[in-house]
Design a protein around this ligand. Structure first.
Ligand SMILES: [Zn+2]
Ligand SMILES: [Zn+2]
Length: 416
């Protein structure tokens, strides 16, 4: 127990000692916001951050152009080591910059990894050797970079995975919702809208009927299910019967297993509009489907205890959060947690005010405190085989509960 406490103190000392470098890391990312998939400068900054210490082995373009991997492994592959992962996000939003605070996610991941490394150095009496893997995971806001990384095998061999996301309050676990995006294209036939309307097939009517079908459907959906969309293309000119229209919708359910049902209902609405108007319809799911986050009670409780020891006061009844994250998919392949943390603002994510807060000096205390709690949680697990066993049991049970419903979903669920 005493050794564990010493290791936790080493985590805190290390993060405190490097707070200026860590702050400057997230400041540099914040002051130069880059969109999903184009995070070249943020990526390069993080790669430089880990490359300055040659005990980290850095793959600077790991499986995706703006992803990276940094590994600290004293055993050097000679023996099996417990592989503890930390994730860094660093993409921003169009026009409003780092309004989701992903610059702070990068800082938390980097700080927690440094903290755990400091705790592990010169430790010869651990139950099993430990290595640390930091993954830079791009494009969370648009296409789900973590899902591409899962499919490319980037999470294979990882035993635990940690990250934390800025939000409105501190919470060891908040349920997020599964999400799929659908694009619907209607193909009709153009004609003069006044002279020969009977010659046309009106693709805008199809889009409007679909919109209304979905609005009527909403009444019959479970309260937590969401569908919301826009007409992206609505025609060219009032005197031309629109030959082509396009809708874009997000479909969300608390559990990924329910997404199939919602998709089937929504598709019936899209097709019905095509039948009614004589248009042809194309229904496309262009991106990765984001899953809900599987809870891991053991890791969440450890994080809570460590956070409280550092002064975090977790609300008894956290607010609902109906956002989605590609960490959900990760939680189905590796046991892990994705706590949320307060950054000293009442603003909500995806607003200009939140972007300002994510770059403010006063967010640092909360950011680094969360990083310490994550690394201390990793210390608990690497020091105690019983806890590791419980973490793995939680993971298997949570997955089993979903498992029988998962067939028919895309392949990333069954990836290694
Ligand atoms: Zn976001
Ligand atoms: Zn985010």
């Amino acid at each position: 127990m005493e050794k564990q406490q010493q290791m936790k103190h080493a985590v805190q000392r290390c993060i405190d000692a490097q707070k200026d470098e860590l702050h400057s890391l997230s400041q540099d990312i914040w002051s130069n916001p880059e969109l999903a998939g184009n995070e070249t400068q943020a990526h390069d900054r993080l790669v430089r951050f880990f490359s300055r210490d040659d005990t980290w082995t850095v793959d600077s373009h790991y499986k995706l152009p703006t992803a990276f991997r940094a590994v600290w492994d004293l055993v050097g592959g000679r023996r099996r080591a417990l592989n503890v992962g930390f994730l860094c996000e660093y993409d921003a939003l169009p026009r409003i910059g780092h309004a989701c605070g992903h610059n702070l996610i990068a800082e938390v991941g980097a700080a927690a990894a440094l903290g755990l490394k400091a705790a592990l150095e010169n430790q010869n009496e651990l139950p099993e050797p430990v290595k640390i893997t930091v993954l830079g995971t791009p494009a969370e806001e648009a296409i789900g970079g973590k899902i591409d990384l899962i499919n490319a095998g980037a999470f294979a061999g990882m035993d635990l995975v940690f990250m934390a996301h800025p939000a409105q309050e501190d919470a060891p676990y908040l349920p997020t919702v599964a999400l799929d995006e659908v694009i619907v294209k209607y193909y009709g036939k153009a004609s003069h809208a006044s002279a020969y309307p009977w010659e046309g097939l009106n693709a805008l009517d199809a889009a409007v009927l679909a919109y209304n079908n979905l609005s009527a459907l909403r009444q019959q959906l479970k309260p937590e299910w969401r569908l919301h969309g826009i007409i992206k293309h609505g025609g060219e000119k009032p005197n031309i019967i629109p030959a082509y229209t396009e809708l874009e919708y997000y479909l969300r359910t608390p559990l990924v297993k329910d997404l199939c049902d919602l998709k089937a209902k929504a598709e019936a609405c899209f097709r019905a509009a095509a039948v009614a108007t004589g248009c042809r319809v194309e229904i496309i799911y262009p991106y990765n489907c984001y899953y809900d986050i599987l809870p891991n009670a053991t890791l969440a409780n450890l994080f809570k205890n460590n956070g409280e020891a550092l002064g975090i006061q977790f609300p008894q009844q956290p607010n609902n959060f109906s956002g989605s994250t590609d960490f959900g998919n990760v939680s189905y392949v590796v046991p892990g947690i994705h706590p949320f943390f307060y950054i000293c603002t009442e603003a909500v994510n995806h607003t200009e005010e939140y972007a300002a807060a994510a770059g403010a000096e006063k967010a640092q205390l909360f950011t680094l405190r969360t990083a310490k709690a994550l690394a201390m949680t990793a210390v608990d697990v690497v020091c105690c085989p019983d806890l590791l066993r419980k973490v793995r049991e939680d993971f298997s049970h949570a997955k089993l509960k979903q498992g029988k419903h998962l067939e028919g979903l895309d392949k990333s669920l069954t990836a290694p």
